[in-house]
Design a protein around this ligand. Structure first.
Ligand SMILES: *Cc1c(COP(=O)(O)O)cnc(C)c1O
Length: 380
């Protein structure tokens, strides 16, 4: 094991509240995705601190496993990867500001061109730097987020032929609900995208790398795999939604744990935590665990979530505080420093990202990306 985000402390003295990431499981998930998509290339999506798993360590593992490229949302994320010595291709999905363009180019990053305006700005910047910028065109086929509308895309494609300092390496779109049970909208998006792509054949031009599939598309729409797929959540062993087909077997790679910091007996009718929202009508054993909403353990989990201690599930009692929670053991036993599983497995019990999402009224994506950076990440 190695502690990554904390060089102040050795492995024994880092905070007991920590995230442990099984890098081997990440590589098995990647292998399962690869086997499923056949000849399509795989871009590992590592935005938002690799869905909470740790940006640099996960990216390094993906590169070690021979992934074709990496995808991030922000320029800043991509620059951190370059500074960590990663030389693999990195596509930045997000919108770009004009002043950022030279930084992209200097770090050899792949830009997203969502409009003719932005494409021209990239072309001009590359020209004045005397280099060629690598670009993927972004087409909006029904997400209404970023990209030229599919019915206007030909103008962007035409403009890209004139941009002499731009190499159009790829063209992509993004699904709004490829993880749903009803795939009507996703199929419409795919049809629109294929129509846009027919431009290249019509003009006998080489087709750039075509990609649209996120985890939902990978799992449910094999015809959307095209030249490259962009798995995010499923790389981390979590399915994108409850109704999504589980056509690839994956397993979570992240365990979020802490330990028992304090033990006490709470007498009957003695309310626990802020707002006095919980009390028992009989004396119970209650432990305090040093994790809170300041770590990303949602306050919405108050009086809802369960944790695992000594192989048993126990409920959170009262409000989640910024740095601590209380857990009702009833008559169960626990001692100071016993392991507490917030997310993950212990013995026969498991708390999943889906469980936490359901208790907190959100989705597993937010549970994972919300784990704060003050929680040290440990890799094995
Ligand atoms: C986040 C993101 C993905 C990955 O989505 P998942 O649902 O996590 O697989 C793929 N492509 C783009 C453009 C994204 O922003």
């Amino acid at each position: 094991m190695s502690a990554a985000s904390s060089n102040l402390f050795d492995d024994e003295s880092i905070r007991p509240t920590r995230v442990e990431v099984d890098l081997g499981q990440l590589s098995r998930n990647l292998a399962a995705i690869r086997a499923h998509v056949g000849s399509a290339k795989v871009m590992a999506v590592v935005k938002a601190n690799a869905y909470g798993h740790g940006l640099v360590a996960v990216a390094q593992e993906m590169v070690r496993c021979g992934v074709d490229s990496l995808g991030v949302a922000l320029l800043e994320e991509a620059v951190i990867l370059r500074q960590a010595g990663i030389t693999a291709p990195i596509l930045v999905f997000g919108g770009i500001a004009e002043t950022q363009i030279p930084i992209f180019i200097r770090h050899d990053l792949t830009l997203t061109a969502p409009s003719i305006d932005k494409l021209r700005l990239i072309d001009n910047a590359a020209s004045s730097m005397g280099v060629t910028a690598r670009v993927h065109l972004k087409v909006d086929t029904g997400m209404e987020r970023l990209g030229i509308h599919h019915y206007s895309a030909e103008k962007l494609q035409q403009a890209s032929l004139q941009a002499k300092h731009v190499q159009v390496e790829g063209i992509y779109s993004h699904f709004a609900n490829a993880d749903a049970a009803d795939l009507t909208h996703a199929r419409t998006q795919l049809e629109r995208f294929l129509e846009v792509l027919s431009f290249y054949e019509k003009h006998s031009l080489p087709t750039p790398l075509r990609h649209i599939a996120n985890s939902g598309g990978i799992l449910q729409l094999p015809e959307s795999h095209l030249d490259l797929v962009r798995p995010g959540i499923m790389l981390y062993g979590v399915y994108p939604s409850e109704e999504c087909a589980r056509s690839v077997l994956i397993q979570p790679a992240l365990t979020w744990k802490s330990h028992v910091a304090y033990f006490k007996v709470v007498q009957s009718n003695s309310p626990v935590s802020y707002g006095s929202t919980w009390e028992s009508d009989h004396a119970v054993r209650v432990v305090t665990v040093p994790v809170g909403y300041g770590d990303g353990y949602f306050r919405a989990l108050s009086n809802k979530a369960e944790v695992i201690i000594r192989g048993q599930r126990h409920p959170v009692a009262g409000r989640v505080c910024m740095d601590q929670i209380m857990v009702n053991l009833e008559w169960g036993t626990a001692y100071y420093r016993d392991e507490v599983i917030l997310l993950g497995k212990q013995g026969k019990q498991q708390v999943t990202a889906e469980d936490l999402a359901n208790w907190a009224g959100t989705i597993p994506y937010e549970v994972l990306t919300n784990i704060n950076t003050r929680v040290p990440r440990v890799y094995y």
